[in-house]
Design a protein around this ligand. Sequence first.
Ligand code: ADP
Ligand code: 5GP
Length: 216
Amino acid sequence: MGDTTHTAADTLHRRGLMFILSSPSGAGKTTLSRMLLAKDGEIKLSVSATTRPPRPNEVDGVHYHFVSPERFQQMIDEDDFYEWAEVFGHRYGTPKGIIRAALKEGQDFLFDIDWQGTQQLYQKDQQDVVRVFILPPSIDELHRRLKGRATDSAEVINARMERARAEISHWDGYDYVIINDDVNVCFEKVRAILEAERMKRARQTGLIPFVRGLMG
Ligand code: ADP
Ligand code: 5GP
């Protein structure tokens, strides 16, 4: 008989992963992120700091840490960021916080960050990063979604549309690309990727003792 003091569930420890969802603004990554956080109890949002003002119904500490430009600069000077970038005239950054230690404990993190942040995170930590890019079904639909969201002025929407092409050009820096046509279909694809990535052999750090137990 093998070691019967452990069950498969408690021996199969795994390393957490950094799950990045990027897209041109308006393609749906915030919607998909919220669906994932609501449905999957094992993943937490990495809350970025930003100098952008909050949108209606955005909560400080939940959607972002909203900070002044001076505070953001101080965080850069104190080396508090994993990565940071300037997007649409505002600064956004991933605070280091507890991420490294929590990954080791098996906690997964969701990152809603742009291609610049994705490249920086990937350079720092290739083994833990999973990069997913969301595309809109068409440019017209992207425009409709940005207008429909009704959170930005016409001027801001036009600036985001102008940026969309440049953002889309970074699609090839990602491991997975999904077209967000029907949101529920797209969401199931996001979940399938996450589940498969969790089962990668290299992440299942508990496999060696488990297999040893199986072999008696
Ligand atoms: P992003 O975070 O990429 O900027 P959002 O998630 O805020 O985009 O989505 C932009 C708008 O499009 C929102 O109003 C959202 O409800 C809507 N939306 C997202 N996905 C879809 C979809 N598959 N079909 C139709 N509307 C969508
Ligand atoms: P929004 O203002 O719509 O919330 O975000 C604008 C852009 O900034 C999005 O493309 C989003 O992915 C990106 N972003 C949000 N947080 C971060 C971050 O911490 N780092 C980087 N590099 N980009 C971020």
